[in-house]
Design a binder for this molecule. Structure first.
Ligand code: MTE
Ligand code: MO
Length: 327
């Protein structure tokens, strides 16, 4: 497959951001017009289905944010264009450009996140309640995919611990499982891979409670585009990207280590912990270096940092653990 990477497109071809957004809004308008016309021919019930809440329209809405002391500094931000067109979101297709083309059909309203399992106060949160529960922070993080590419992304959200504290985890709870939205009629591309849906990820409870673990609603100060995991996702910056489940609907506190999607796919290749670690190679490639997306080709290659550069904050979580064994 030959796809021109965003970084290889001359900047003269990159649409300025405002123009790009206006065009998208225009296209969306045109599309919903077509949906209404098409719906008239189908009868009322189908019509309601076609026009019903489909909130790609929310993507790009400004979010009120405060600066975060936990932001990574001194890194050049990856352009919005790259963050939103070079994605892994297998529910919407395997090639990196497919999620940005297909994820518009994800219905991001109404949306709830159910927090259940070993907690004293299980609760189903409406997404708009979650959005207002705590001040939203601008948090810049390095983002390192297991495929050895990376970005620097200004996310918007607050620490997941703020939500977990509210439901009061019981002492038996040792792990947290995250489940993504799944509807094979909406995510028609999901059969391109043999993943056992819904996408499932997990963290040890202390990892989930770490302040760096972000409950994420936006990027670049705006509501997440669907392809980046709208309306809410997890971001765990010291781990490979696949640990950060997108478009989550369930958070479950459990006693035993939950099954996780990439570990199911290849346990020798993708461990449960999957901390970014330049000293432990993937069986099929090195993890010593990475390619920073969005930079000129000659300057993309760089050293991968232990725990993706967050060692000062997270090393203590793994005291006494053999990180080769627990990869
Ligand atoms: N539900 C779901 N979450 C997912 C994935 C996915 O395919 N489905 N891909 C993961 C992988 S491999 C990575 S690298 C990141 C990518 O996030 P981004 O596209 O916003 O950069 O999302 C992770 N979360
Ligand atoms: Mo990834």
């Amino acid at each position: 497959m030959l796809i021109r990477k965003p970084s290889e497109i001359p900047s003269s071809l990159i649409t300025p951001r405002t123009q790009y957004l206006n065009r998208r809004r225009f296209l969306r308008g045109a599309l919903s017009g077509a949906a209404v016309a098409g719906a008239a021919a189908l009868g009322v019930d189908r019509a309601a289905e076609l026009i019903s809440p489909r909130t790609a329209a929310l993507a790009g809405t400004k979010l009120p944010t405060v600066k975060s002391p936990l932001s990574t500094t001194g890194e050049e931000l990856t352009p919005y264009q790259d963050i939103t067109t070079y994605n892994n979101f297998y529910e919407f297709g395997v090639p990196k450009g497919d999620p940005s083309r297909n994820a518009g059909v994800l219905p991001t309203r109404p949306w709830t996140v159910k927090v259940e399992g070993l907690v004293n106060k299980p609760k189903t949160f409406d997404i708009d309640t979650l959005l207002k529960m705590r001040p939203l922070e601008d948090r810049i993080y390095r983002h390192r995919c297991v495929e050895a590419w990376s970005m620097v992304i200004p996310w918007v959200g607050y620490s997941l611990s703020e939500l977990l504290k509210q439901v009061e985890p019981q002492s038996k709870a040792k792990y947290v499982q995250f489940l993504s939205y799944y509807d094979k009629h909406v995510e028609k591309w999901s059969d391109e891979s043999n993943i056992f849906w819904p996408y499932s990820e997990g963290l040890r409870l202390d990892e989930a409670m770490h302040p760096l673990t972000l409950l994420t609603f936006g990027l670049y100060g705006e509501v997440l585009p669907n392809q980046d995991g709208a309306p809410v996702r997890i971001v765990v910056p010291w781990k490979y990207g696949f640990k950060s489940a997108k478009s989550i609907v369930t958070i479950r506190l459990v006693e035993k280590q939950p099954h996780t999607t990439w570990n199911d796919q290849g346990p020798q290749e993708y461990g449960f912990f999957s901390n970014v670690n330049p000293n432990v190679d993937h069986p099929r490639w090195s993890q010593k270096t990475e390619r920073r997306i969005g930079l000129p080709l000659f300057s993309q290659r760089r050293q991968t940092l232990m725990f993706n550069g967050y060692a000062d904050q997270v090393t203590s979580l793994y005291n006494g653990m053999d990180l080769r064994k627990y990869y």
